[in-house]
Ligand binder design. Structure first.
Ligand code: GLA
Length: 727
């Protein structure tokens, strides 16, 4: 069984195929973390060491034993005012402002299957046997506080999920000041911290740093997960590489603001934690009320970053994403944004669709600008009525005519937002998040709708349904183009709950849409990849990875993204050159190779393509379709680090090793330069592979050891693709 409990030692052991996680109830009822690492049998309580550490106090019940200190022992769910002076998971204040909290074990349950969370996205199991759940209830009797720790074990994904429900069972309101979903305490070791910082149009850049004494924190106070930091962190051995060393990942299944902290303490112990940001967690808990922290997915790899990524890819791809497109290839689409921005009519879109149909594209997406009086980005968000005057036809007719060309039809919306210049804002100014008496912060000339209010959610849900029901719409790009600055709801009795309730409100609308339109493909988007997280993937099988479609910049963006997220979720398109974001010109083939490491599509006007490029599109589409299963189910190996290597390479390998697709892009070229050797990984040792393109047969061991030279005639920004089939 994945979860076991030893009543003599009071130790819980959680096993996945390749990892073990252990925690223990100590003699005073507190919960200690013991171990998270390679799968092992037996208990690891011997890892705890005891000494009088000086100024590390002791629980009163320990009497004269000065060696028992929660400031020095690894904790499972530490709280403010418990004698542990490191960064806690829980901060709670009683009505009189005191912050003391002593959580003690009450009871536990081991249940078949994977727990679900109320109103929140979470990983799931397909059937009862696939997962197990551990629930541990802790309480602080003085506060009337109950804390239920939830653990989900998905053995075959090598993943353990955690969440926590905090309930006020007392008589007075409590205020949460901090609520991390989970922490991992490490008693020894020297670690590096890996995070994925970025900015608009350059999201999720790989950032690795040595973790010294003190705290390194990243997060978002923007109400959303953000372009600037991603809710995914890795702690690893200092010498960990792609294929060796111990690596731990924490990935939040949450799209709101967050906080991730790594702290190295006085005893060189390390604590890694992740959860909601402090703005949301200044949360009032009235008697009887509870709050559920977002889920965090934990995974451990003893074999470097790539196995960690494979574990997370498998979990997100098939146990977080849902619906028809979990298994099915999503349609190859042409999006109108870079083709015509706001400047289109129904007829011009039909011309795009005609061009796209001839090339083998499967869906036309009408981006921003089709509703209300929207001519640019200054108006009409909230007015989700079709601008038939601009389109020159009803939406139903446009969709019908697109369908008649053999294409599916999709649309863009930004449901969480409102323009001041909109009918909706004039009718319901109080539906905007804005602090009374303070002018709100504008961003992209727009304000934020208050999704914490039921009537707002209901109105927007109905508006979306009205559009979706009016035409054969098979795809919705759900966008979000600003951060939340003004946190005030005109309907909330207490403003401390607003941000959290707002995020849950967004999830509620998405959940209702998924239920009502099971065949609708929703692509997440936030000014590109500003909300690229496991929470959104529960509703949107794919997310537009970045507004930056430049193939060279995308090497960096998709490299960073690949650590935590499967390629099949990465929205990636071929666009026109010079590239609209960077002005760079890259070969059409290279743009295709880079986009083919994601969901694949086009962001251009086919009329602007040369005959040669049109032929290339047809080939790219055929090749992408042929490789779709490899991209979806295969293992993705990073073969380079774009920040260090000019030859950027990656390979998808089928799960059974029978075939592989290698791609490489040369991002910088010098005259008479040495050859670049690409060392493959993941192929079947001892086997021979035939290259489909050349017929050449390779001994795989040499390919993985000495590598394969990138053809010397590869130009700057050129690319190279090779399919390998096992003989
Ligand atoms: C955001 C998206 C783009 C496009 C525009 C439309 O920036 O990321 O792809 O949809 O909005 O306004």
């Amino acid at each position: 069984m994945p979860i076991s409990y030893s009543p003599e030692k009071k130790i819980f052991s959680l096993h996945t195929d390749r990892s073990t996680y252990q925690l223990a109830v100590d003699g005073f009822g507190a919960l200690l973390h013991l171990y998270y690492g390679a799968r092992c049998e037996g208990e690891a309580e011997y890892l705890l060491t005891f000494a009088d550490r000086g100024f590390s106090g002791n629980p009163y019940a320990a009497g004269d034993d000065r060696t028992w200190s929660y400031d020095a022992l690894p904790q499972e769910f530490p709280a403010w005012g418990s004698g542990d002076f490191r960064a806690p998971c829980l901060g709670v204040r009683a009505a009189d402002g005191t912050a003391g909290c002593a959580l003690r074990y009450r009871e536990h349950e081991i249940l078949p299957g994977k727990y679900a969370l109320p109103g929140l996205p979470a990983a799931y199991a397909e059937d009862g046997d696939e997962a197990e759940t551990l629930k541990i209830e802790l309480s602080d009797e003085r506060l009337g506080l109950s804390v239920t720790l939830l653990y989900g074990v998905l053995p075959h994904c090598d993943v353990i999920t955690r969440s926590v429900i905090v309930q006020n069972r007392g008589e007075e309101t409590l205020t949460l000041g901090r609520l991390q979903s989970a922490c991992l305490d490490f008693v020894g070791g020297d670690y590096d911290l890996v995070t994925f910082p970025g900015r608009y149009a350059l999201e999720r850049q790989f950032d690795r740093r040595e973790l010294g004494r003190g705290t390194h924190a990243i997060g978002s106070r923007r109400g959303y997960s953000s372009h600037q930091y991603n809710p995914f962190v890795i702690l690893c051995d200092r010498d960990a590489t792609e294929s060796a060393g111990r690596v731990w990942g924490m990935e939040l299944v949450w799209s709101g603001g967050f906080l991730a902290e790594a702290e190295r303490d006085q005893l060189s112990q390390t604590r890694l934690s992740i959860g909601m940001d402090e703005v949301q967690t200044a949360y009032p808990l009235a008697p009887g009320e509870s709050i559920c922290a977002p889920e965090v997915i934990l995974s451990y790899s003893a074999a470097g970053f790539e196995r960690l990524s494979h574990n997370l890819h498998r979990c997100l791809r098939s146990r977080v994403r849902r619906g028809r497109y979990r298994e099915e290839r999503t349609p190859i689409l042409l999006n109108s944004w870079e083709a015509s921005y706001f400047d289109f009519t129904g007829e011009s879109l039909l011309t795009l669709a005609e061009g796209a149909a001839k090339l083998g594209v499967e869906m036309l997406v009408m981006d921003d600008g089709w509703f209300g009086a929207r001519r640019d980005d200054k108006s009409s968000l909230g007015d989700w009525t079709v601008n038939e005057e601009k389109l020159g036809m009803p939406l139903g007719e446009l969709a019908r005519r697109v369908n008649a060309l053999g294409l599916k039809f999709g649309i863009w919306m930004e449901p969480e937002m409102i323009s001041e210049d909109s009918e909706l804002c004039r009718a319901h100014p109080d539906w905007v998040l804005a602090v009374p008496g303070q002018a709100p912060v504008r961003s992209r000339s727009q304000l934020v709708l208050d999704f914490s209010r039921e009537e707002v959610r209901e109105h927007i849900f109905r508006a979306i349904c009205a559009v979706l029901d009016s035409a054969n719409i098979e795809y919705l790009k759900w966008d979000l183009n600003r951060s939340i600055a003004d946190v005030y709801s005109h309907a909330a009795p207490d403003q401390g709950r607003v941000l959290y309730q707002n995020m849950l409100g967004v999830y509620e609308v998405l959940e209702k849409l998924c239920a009502r339109y099971p065949d609708l493909l929703i692509e997440g988007c936030s000014g590109g990849g500003g909300r690229f997280d496991a929470g959104m993937l529960h509703y949107c099988p794919q997310i537009w990875c970045s507004d930056n479609t430049d193939a060279i910049d995308r090497l960096f963006i998709q490299h960073g993204t690949s650590f935590g997220y499967p390629a099949v979720s990465v929205g990636s398109h071929v666009s026109i050159c010079p590239n609209h974001q960077t002005g760079r010109t890259t070969p059409f083939e290279t743009r295709g190779a880079v986009a083919a490491a994601g969901t694949f599509g086009y962001e251009l006007d086919p009329a602007q393509l040369t005959g040669e490029e049109c032929a290339a599109v047809k080939e790219q589409i055929a090749a992408y379709k042929a490789d779709a299963a490899l991209v979806r189910d295969g293992f993705y190996y990073r073969l380079s680090d774009p920040a260090k290597d000019v030859c950027c390479a990656w390979v998808f390998v089928a799960e059974d090793g029978s075939e592989a697709r290698l791609s490489a892009v040369l991002r910088e070229k010098h005259a008479n330069e040495p050859a670049h050797y690409i060392r493959l990984r993941g192929l079947t040792p001892g086997a021979r592979y035939r290259a489909r393109e050349t017929g050449r047969v390779y001994s795989v061991d040499a390919l993985m050891d000495a590598g394969l030279p990138l053809p010397l005639d590869c130009r700057e920004y050129g690319s190279f693709t090779l399919h390998l089939e096992r003989e």
